[in-house]
Structures are given as structure tokens and as C-alpha cells.
Design a protein around this ligand. Structure first.
Ligand SMILES: NC(=O)c1ccc[n+]([C@@H]2O[C@H](COP(=O)([O-])OP(=O)(O)OC[C@H]3O[C@@H](n4cnc5c(N)ncnc54)[C@H](OP(=O)(O)O)[C@@H]3O)[C@@H](O)[C@H]2O)c1
Length: 265
């Protein structure tokens, strides 16, 4: 594993960079001249190699960011180097009915999407506030705008993240630290397979390419925007979700995330 030398280049930390949106976020950072520390549960050799080809230094960390040990390892890997951009993107879903899920799996979704994400943001965010400089991009989801029948816990974690990001942004409004929440809709990544949602309507349906989603998020972060929904269809869905009763949204979500629902589409 190579280490990042202190240099004039800015440093970005991207979590969940082994695949999907995080991999593309890391590439966006590299294209814009950020050195990188990328972290995920699995090896990220492909991401690291592709970013290095763009001429930046890349350090990789394999850690479970649902745990304090994983977050400790990431902070230790920084060796005190200031973080210019934190892209807190690691997360995963969990399909099927809540009462049929293993609680260990439920806990891992919450610990990854919420607890570990907040632990990392707090530790890196404190030093950004101290230096009065930094950008934070958090991957939320339009799923956070609707009750997630057959993906109830996941949608709950994203509702937390979407809300939290706006609040943290406001707390930092008198500083030069910006907080942006990226809200993707269905995106073509490993997400649906890993959440056991491939036999659902949403799992089998059309999705946005992760490159597009990452570009949208990266640009919003660089511009210091508060929130961005990726894709016009998702923008419409987000607007409608704000004016639709929760009970109706829960019933609509049943239709898209019900196990076996792909056969009816
Ligand atoms: N795909 C969608 O439709 C969609 C829509 C809205 C929001 N999102 C959000 O977008 C983010 C990225 O997901 P994706 O769609 O790109 O899916 P993905 O291809 O499965 O990527 C998820 C990334 O998060 C990492 N990760 C998950 N749990 C982790 C843990 N406990 N510790 C360390 N790394 C962990 C994964 O690393 P490992 O492979 O090493 O586990 C992987 O790099 C997630 O926060 C997801 O909730 C996705």
C-alpha cells in the first residue's frame, strides 16, 4: 500500500469506492486533481489504478466503516493530513419485509449508513471547522423522502441522512465548510444485488448510470450547493414525494420493492 505524501495537492477521502457511485466519485476527484484516500470493505485495486492513471496519489484502506475500529483506521491512515473534501458515500440496502430480516443485517445497515457515517463526518468535520475550510458530500437518497415498504430500514437511514445533512450545513453556515447531500434515485450499481432486491420492480427496472450520478454530486459539492437530486425523473419524484401523504407513498413503494414484483412489470 502506498502512502500519501504531503504535497500542494488537495486531499479527498471517498468511502465506498470499491464500486458504483463511490468509484465514480473517486474518479471525479482524481480528474479534478485531488489526491485520494479511498475506503471500503473490499479491495479497491481497480479504482486505485484508474485514479493513479489520472496522475494523483491514491491510498487505499480496507475497513468495515460500520464499526468504530474501521473509522479509527481511516483516521489513523490520514496521519494528520488535512482533508479538503470528505465524500461520505459508503452505504448499503436491505430488501424484504422487516419482520423477516436478520437483526444483525438490520443493525449493519444502520451502523454503516448512519452511525459510521456520522462518526467519520464528526471527526473530519471538527478539523475542517478548526481550519475553516472544507467540503463534505454525503450520499443520501430520494429513498429518504418516502417510507420504504420492503426496504423500511434503509429508507429510514436515508431519511436520517437527508435531514442531518441540511442541519449540519446550517450549523456551519458562518464557516467556510460546506455540506452537500447527493440524493440519487435508482442507479445501476451493485446496490440491488447486495440488498437482495433484484427480483423487485425497482431492481429490474431502468436505472441511471453511476457516472452521471457521481458527476452531479461532485459538481454540487464543488459549488457548495445544499442538495442535489440526480436526474430529472428523480427530481419530479422528489417534488411529488413532498406533497403526497406518507401512507400513499408507502403503498407506492410496496409496488416497486415487493419481492417477486419484477415478474409483474
Ligand atoms: N444504487 C442506487 O440505486 C442508490 C440510490 C440512492 C442512494 N444510493 C447510495 O449510494 C451509495 C453508494 O451505493 P452504490 O449504489 O454505489 O452501491 P455499491 O456499488 O454496492 O457500492 C457501495 C459501496 O459502499 C461500500 N460499503 C458498504 N458498506 C460498507 C461498510 N460497512 N464499510 C465500508 N464500506 C462499505 C461498499 O464497499 P464494499 O463493497 O467493500 O462493501 C461499496 O464500495 C450508498 O450510500 C447507497 O445507499 C444508491
Amino acid at each position: 500500500m502506498n502512502t500519501i505524501d504531503s504535497s500542494a495537492r488537495r486531499l479527498a477521502v471517498v468511502t465506498g469506492a470499491s464500486s458504483g457511485i463511490g468509484q465514480e466519485l473517486a474518479l471525479e476527484c482524481a480528474r479534478h486533481g485531488y489526491d485520494l484516500l479511498i475506503a471500503a470493505d473490499r479491495p479497491q485495486d481497480d479504482t486505485a489504478a484508474a485514479c493513479r492513471e489520472l496522475g494523483v496519489q491514491v491510498q487505499t484502506l480496507q475497513a468495515d466503516l460500520a464499526t468504530s475500529i474501521g473509522v479509527d483506521a481511516l483516521i489513523a491512515e490520514l496521519r494528520g493530513r488535512p482533508v479538503d473534501a470528505l465524500l461520505a458515500n459508503a452505504g448499503h440496502g436491505l430488501g424484504h419485509a422487516f419482520l423477516d430480516q436478520e437483526f444483525e443485517s438490520v443493525r449493519h445497515v444502520i451502523d454503516t449508513n448512519v452511525t459510521g457515517t456520522l462518526d467519520l463526518i464528526q471527526r473530519v468535520g471538527r478539523s475542517m471547522r478548526e481550519r475553516n475550510s472544507g467540503k463534505i458530500l454525503i450520499t443520501g437518497s430520494i429513498a429518504g423522502l418516502m417510507p420504504g415498504t420492503f426496504q423500511a430500514v434503509y429508507n429510514g437511514t436515508k431519511a436520517f441522512i437527508d435531514s442531518f445533512a441540511y442541519a449540519l450545513r446550517n450549523e456551519l453556515k458562518d464557516t467556510e465548510v460546506s455540506v452537500t447531500v447527493l440524493m440519487p434515485g435508482p442507479t445501476d450499481t451493485e446496490f440491488f444485488r447486495r440488498a437482495e432486491l433484484t427480483d423487485t420492480k425497482v431492481g429490474a427496472g431502468k436505472k441511471q448510470p453511476p457516472q452521471e450520478v457521481a458527476k452531479t454530486g461532485f459538481e454540487a459539492m464543488e459549488d457548495g450547493e445544499s442538495a442535489v437530486v440526480a436526474g430529472w425523473k428523480n427530481k419530479v419524484q422528489a417534488l411529488l414525494a413532498n406533497v403526497t401523504p406518507a401512507e400513499v407513498l408507502a403503498e407506492q413503494h410496496r409496488k416497486t420493492a415487493e419481492p417477486g414484483g419484477a415478474q409483474d412489470s
